[in-house]
Design a protein around this ligand. Sequence first.
Ligand SMILES: Nc1nc2c(c(=O)[nH]1)N[C@H]1C(S)=C(S)[C@@H](COP(=O)(O)O)O[C@H]1N2
Ligand SMILES: [Mo]
Length: 459
Amino acid sequence: MSENAAVAGGRLIRAPENFLTPEGVRTVFREGKAGRRDFIRRAFAAAAAGAAAPAALSQANPVPSEGGDPNILKLPEHTTGLGKPVVTDGYGRPSRYEANVQRRQSPGLTQTTQASVSFAPLQSLFGIVTPSGLHFERHHQGWWDIDPSKHRLMINGSDEKMVKTPMVFTMDEIMRLPSVSRFHFIECGANTGMEWGNVAVPTCQYSHGMISCSEFTGVPLKVLLDLAGADVKRGRFVLAEGADGSSMTRTIPMEMVENGEVIVAYGQNGEMLRPENGYPLRLVVPGVQGVSWVKYLRRIEVGDQPYAAKDEVMHYVDLMPDGLHRQYSSIQECKSVVTTPSGGQVLLDKGYYQISGLAWSGRGKIRRVDVSVDGGRNWRTARFQGPVLDKCLTRFTLDWVWDGRPALIQSRAIDETGYVQPTYRQLRNVRGTRSIYHNNAIQTWLVQESGEVKNVQLS
Ligand SMILES: Nc1nc2c(c(=O)[nH]1)N[C@H]1C(S)=C(S)[C@@H](COP(=O)(O)O)O[C@H]1N2
Ligand SMILES: [Mo]
């Protein structure tokens, strides 16, 4: 298996993608049903303590020191034999050696698997694009594979004058209109939400995996509103509605629509959207928290005021230290996370490692990312590996030589507005600890002398 494969730099053992035993998972679900969510945190701690600590630095080098490497000296079957034919699989799939790279559920986090979330395995991904099959999922009422020939999008006004010609579009009608393709991240507002009070989960899949990034293709919503003759002077808001049973409705300010950024999308990474991600139609609202990216989009209403829908009045509000709720805080502020080394991985040797991570901002492009290996005392500027795009994941890397002593690895992103990603202390000073959403604090990974990497928070 590829467990010990070198990943982008120094040798390391990959983060476990399952960190609870089957019995542990059952217990967490049992306790979760009884409403004791705090149990999850204790279960993680127990699982971590109970696991046999891998003696990382004593891991044998896979290349034998004497007699030569049989992997070079002996010709393998794939060099001497005939390979598989074309179209063995009409839709290709990853290597069987990568079968462990999966989106996963956090045991006990939610009461049902339909109103739930699965997290993207950030620690196993390269570059900025999330493979569609690994895109995180957040459903409020399960997902559907909707027949596109029967799917419709309606555009109407909150009163008769708001939209001149209310319209109903078929998928064919939408797909023949002028389209755009853009790379954007989507982050659930609740990403990193379990970590508000203290460390809660061991790996970056669970601490930061409610984010994904794709190339989306579709028609700017503005094009559809113009076709229908929307009164954008009076109609300063739109309501987006999904076709699933969750009655997912969200208010979007008209400015975002007018500047052409909001897309009625059918494409994701060069093919149609995946059913889990809203096939055949979803709203793309760059920079805004995931909940506004309404999936299975079936209706857009133009109105003159915010709609105060359930998912913006009761849910997706931020409980502030003074006991008041903050509403409509939908922009995802600048944030970053180091994905290698990250929690659950084990560094096998001292020496060179490429630190690698992701940065993003709902307000524009990433300007700079600083990386510290000593818990924020000293910072070095990371380099960007690929394109730096607007409201998109940006991959950063930094060379690092690990001397075998404990290290505290952090990344701090700065966006083009000059906003600097806050420390936990700075964030909690303003927001307290009772929020669920919009935790964009600097993440710390502790590399222990054993090579094991732990999720920690510095006070
Ligand atoms: N129709 C519909 N749209 C929805 C949701 C939903 O449950 N139903 N969940 C929202 C939330 S909270 C998020 S974070 C994103 C998740 O998108 P994804 O499942 O494609 O990752 O979709 C949003 N749009
Ligand atoms: Mo979400």
